[in-house]
Design a binder for this molecule. Structure first.
Ligand code: G3I
Ligand code: 9MR
Length: 570
C-alpha cells in the first residue's frame, strides 16, 4: 500500500499540472504536510458541509462543516471556510453536494521540498558577471553580463579623473540589473537564517551550482557570490556605497546586451550598517569553511560600524541623472540598521561597545522589510541562546510575541484565515506575507505553540493559491501559477517558461506602473488591494521578482519542509 500512494500522488500531480481550470475552492495548490493546518475557502454557498474524497478509492473520508459566511475586507468577497486538517497522507478532492469544488489536494510531508530548493536556486540565475552554463541552468543558460571590473562614481566630477573600482559578482536585485547593498542585507540575512536554524539538513542540500563539489554547503556557496561583491563596495574609510547600477534602467534585454557604463552611487549610513550586520553574521557562519574570509568579513563589519557610528545620518539621495532603484524612504533614520548591526557584531565579538549600542535603540513592532530591519535584531535578542542579558532577552521576546499574537489572531479569525493586515498591501506585498510567516515561525520556535505554526502555514498557503485571485504567485509551482514576471532575462531569453521558483511582488493599490506605453490595463481595484495585481511583465509594481522577496519565500517553504519532516528548528 505504501508504494501505491506515492505513485498515485505522482500521477495525480502530473495530471494536476495540466489542470488550469479552477474549481473555485481556494487552497494551497502545492499541498500540505500531514500535520499541517488545512483550510479551504469557498465563495458563500447555502451548503452546510464540504466532503473530502480519497481519490485512490473514491470514498468520502471527511465531512467538514462550512463556517458562517464572512467578508474578507481586502477583496470584498463573502466566503466560507472548512477545516480539513484531519486528512493524512494521500490525494484528495473536495465536493459540495456531489459537485467537485477543488483541485487535487496533495497531503505529503515532502510537498515543499522542490519549491524551497527552487526558490534558493533562483539566486544562481540572478548571478552577475558570469555565464550560466546548461549544466547548471538548463534551458535558461545565458552569456555572462556585467563583468563590473570598471565601475565609475556618479557623478564622475566628484572623483579624480580615471577614478574607478572593480566590483564584480553579486546578484541582480530583481527584474533589473542593478546591485543594491540595502536590499542585499535583508536578503542575505534571511537565507543564512535558514542555514542557521536547520543547519544539519541545509548542509546537505545540493543546488546543482558550479561550486556543488566543494566542501562548503551549496547554500553558503551561493550566498558567497553576493558577499564577495558586497565586500568590493566598501571604501577604504569603511563606508559602503549604496548601489551599483547604470544611470538609467536598460531596455528589456539580456545581461550581455546591457553594456552601458555602470556606477557606484554615494556611501550611506543604511547601506554601511546593513553591510556591517551581514558581514558579522557571515563571519560566524563561514568560519568553519573559510577562516580567512571569516576574519576579513568581521574586520570589514567592524570598520563599517565605525563609519556608521561617525556618520549616523547620511541618507541616500538620488543624484540628478540617475533614475534606478533608491532603496530609500522618507522615514529612514538609520537607527534600525544601527541596532541590527550592533546586535550581529555583539554576537560575533561580545564587545561591550556593541551592547551599549543595542541598549540605545528601542525595538519597534513592525515586521522586517528592507526599509526597517529593527525586527531582525529582535529575532536575535529574543533567542536566549545568543547570550543577551535577561532584561533585553525578555523585552525582545515580548516584542516578538506582541506582533506574532496579532498575526496569529487575525489568521484564526479573518474570513480567509490569513495572517494579513491592510498595511501589508504595499509594493512587494507577497514578501510582507512571507515575512509575517517568518515572524510566526520565530514565535513557534520560542513557545512551541502550534497556533503560530498554523499561522505560518497559512502565509505559505496564500502565496501558493489560497488567495482571491486563485493564483500561485510562484513560477512553476501550482495549477495556475504566475507566468509573465517583470524580469528582463525572462522577457528577453525567448523561452516561454519562466525560471521556476520566482515569487511575484504581489497585489496592492499603488499601480505605479499604470501609464501610457507601460501597463495599459488599469489592474487596480479600488478598495480591494488583494485583487489589484496583473500577471504581466509590464507590471513592475505588482509582478516583478526580487531577491528580498524570494529569500523569505525560500525560508518559509524550507522551514515548513524541515518542520514537516521531523526537524525541531532553533
Ligand atoms: O512605507 C510606506 C507605507 O507607510 C505606506 O502606507 C505605503 C502605501 O503608500 O507606501 C509605503 O512605501 C512604499 C515602499 O515601497 C515600502 O513598501 C512606497 O510607496 C513604494 O514606492 C516603495 O516601493 C519600492 C519600489 O522599489 C519603488 O521605490 C519597493 O519597496 C522596492 O521593493 C522596489 O525595489 C525595486 C528597486 O528599486 C529596483 N529593483 C527592483 C526592485 C523591486 O521592484
Ligand atoms: O525595470 C525597472 C524595475 O526594476 C523597477 O522596480 C521599476 C521602478 O523603479 O522601474 C522599472 O523600469 C521602468 C522604469 O521605471 C520606467 N520605464 C520603463 C522601465 C522598464 O519597465
Amino acid at each position: 500500500m505504501k508504494l501505491l500512494i506515492p505513485l498515485i500522488i505522482m500521477a495525480a500531480t502530473i495530471a494536476n499540472s495540466q489542470i488550469t481550470k479552477s474549481f473555485g475552492a481556494r487552497i494551497n495548490q502545492l499541498g500540505y504536510g500531514e500535520q499541517a493546518k488545512k483550510v479551504l475557502v469557498y465563495k458563500a454557498t447555502d451548503a452546510q458541509t464540504v466532503e473530502f474524497r480519497d481519490l485512490s478509492t473514491g470514498k468520502t473520508v471527511l465531512a467538514s462543516p462550512l463556517s458562517a459566511s464572512a467578508v474578507w475586507e481586502h477583496s470584498g468577497e463573502a466566503v466560507r471556510k472548512a477545516d480539513f486538517s484531519g486528512l493524512k497522507k494521500g490525494l484528495y478532492a473536495a465536493y459540495i453536494n456531489g459537485a467537485r469544488i477543488s483541485d487535487n489536494i496533495v497531503v505529503q510531508n515532502d510537498v515543499y521540498e522542490d519549491l524551497y530548493k527552487a526558490a534558493l536556486k533562483w539566486f544562481y540565475f540572478q548571478r552577475a558577471s558570469t555565464a550560466l552554463s546548461p549544466e547548471f541552468a538548463g534551458k535558461w543558460a545565458r552569456a555572462a553580463g556585467h563583468p563590473d571590473t570598471s565601475i565609475y562614481y556618479f557623478p564622475e566630477s566628484e572623483k579624480p579623473a580615471n577614478w574607478k573600482i572593480s566590483s564584480p559578482k553579486g546578484w541582480y536585485d530583481a527584474g533589473d540589473y542593478g546591485k543594491y547593498i540595502v536590499n542585499s542585507g535583508i536578503s542575505v540575512f534571511t537565507i543564512l537564517q535558514l542555514y542557521e536554524h536547520f543547519e544539519k539538513e541545509v548542509k546537505k542540500i545540493s543546488l546543482n551550482i558550479p561550486e556543488s563539489k566543494s566542501k562548503t554547503p551549496d547554500i553558503l556557496e551561493e550566498v558567497r557570490w553576493n558577499l564577495d561583491w558586497m565586500l568590493t563596495m566598501q571604501d577604504s574609510d569603511g563606508g559602503v556605497y549604496h548601489k551599483l547600477t547604470t544611470a538609467r534602467f536598460c531596455g528589456h534585454i539580456m545581461p550581455d546586451a546591457d553594456t552601458a557604463k555602470r556606477y557606484v552611487v554615494m556611501k550611506t549610513t543604511p547601506a554601511t550598517l546593513d553591510f556591517a550586520a551581514v558581514m558579522a553574521q557571515a563571519a560566524r557562519i563561514y568560519k568553519p569553511f573559510d577562516a580567512k574570509f571569516s576574519q576579513k568579513a568581521l574586520a570589514a563589519a567592524e570598520k563599517a560600524f565605525e563609519w556608521g557610528s561617525k556618520n549616523p545620518s547620511v541618507m541616500f539621495k538620488q543624484p540628478d541623472g540617475v533614475v534606478t532603484g533608491q532603496y530609500h524612504h522618507g522615514a529612514e533614520t538609520g537607527k534600525d540598521e544601527y541596532l541590527w548591526a550592533a546586535t550581529e557584531l555583539y554576537i560575533s565579538t561580545k564587545k561591550d561597545i556593541y551592547k551599549q549600542a543595542i541598549e540605545s535603540i528601542p525595538f519597534n513592532h513592525n515586521g522586517p522589510w528592507w526599509g526597517d530591519v529593527n525586527f531582525l535584531a529582535v529575532y536575535r535578542l529574543a533567542d536566549s541562546k545568543n547570550g543577551f542579558d535577561k532584561k533585553l532577552n525578555k523585552a525582545a521576546q515580548d516584542t516578538l510575541l506582541s506582533l506574532a499574537n496579532k498575526l496569529r489572531d487575525i489568521a484564526e479569525s479573518s474570513a480567509y484565515a490569513l495572517p494579513i493586515v491592510k498595511e501589508n498591501f504595499v509594493w512587494g506585498s507577497n514578501s510582507v506575507v512571507a515575512n509575517n510567516g517568518i515572524v510566526l515561525l520565530h514565535a513557534y520556535y520560542l513557545t512551541k505553540d502550534k497556533r503560530y505554526l498554523d499561522g505560518a502555514q497559512r502565509a505559505l498557503d496564500y502565496l501558493l493559491g489560497a488567495n482571491p485571485l486563485d493564483i500561485s504567485y510562484v513560477t512553476g509551482y501550482g495549477n495556475r501559477s504566475m507566468v509573465d514576471p517583470h524580469h528582463r532575462p525572462s522577457e528577453a531569453d525567448g523561452i516561454v517558461d519562466p525560471v521556476p521558483g520566482m515569487l511575484a511582488g504581489g497585489p496592492h493599490e499603488g499601480g505605479q506602473d499604470i501609464k501610457p506605453g507601460n501597463c495599459e490595463t488599469n489592474y487596480v481595484k479600488k478598495g480591494k488591494p488583494a485583487l489589484s495585481y496583473i500577471d504581466h511583465n509590464c507590471s513592475y509594481a505588482s509582478n516583478e521578482v526580487a531577491i528580498n522577496w524570494n529569500a523569505p519565500l525560500a525560508y518559509l517553504a524550507g522551514a515548513l519542509h524541515f518542520l514537516n519532516n521531523g526537524e525541531k528548528g532553533p
